[in-house]
Design a protein around this ligand. Structure first.
Ligand code: ZN
Length: 111
């Protein structure tokens, strides 16, 4: 048995999931297609807008990726596998999980 407090990590994972979903909702506006009307938007500000949109997309991709890892961690909790290294099966140090809630490998295997 692992000595980690699974409920504690489940609560942290669920809180992070809520936070990510809220951020994603808040970012929806910035992902709208860039307005291509050259008369109302100057060339430079259009480039700015495109750049901002690209950044917003990259951020969104990172959020989606993190959400996926969180979902996977939550199902590992349900299956009683959370906190164990996917490679060697040893318990992952709680300190490591605190830093990365979705860690799937122990420090030795990740290195
Ligand atoms: Zn390991």
């Amino acid at each position: 048995m692992s000595d980690i407090d699974v409920d504690h990590f489940r609560a942290l994972l669920e809180a992070r999931r809520i936070e990510l979903r809220a951020l994603s909702d808040a970012a929806k506006d910035s992902r709208k297609p860039v307005e291509l009307d050259q008369q109302s938007v100057g060339r430079l500000s259009r480039q700015d807008a495109l750049q901002q949109q690209a950044m917003a997309k990259a951020q969104d991709a990172r959020r989606v990726n993190e959400l996926r890892k969180i979902e996977a961690a939550l199902s590992r909790i349900d299956e009683g596998e959370y906190g164990y290294c996917a490679e060697c099966g040893e318990a992952i140090a709680p300190k490591r999980l605190q830093v990365d809630l979705t860690a799937t490998r122990c420090a030795a295997c990740a290195a």
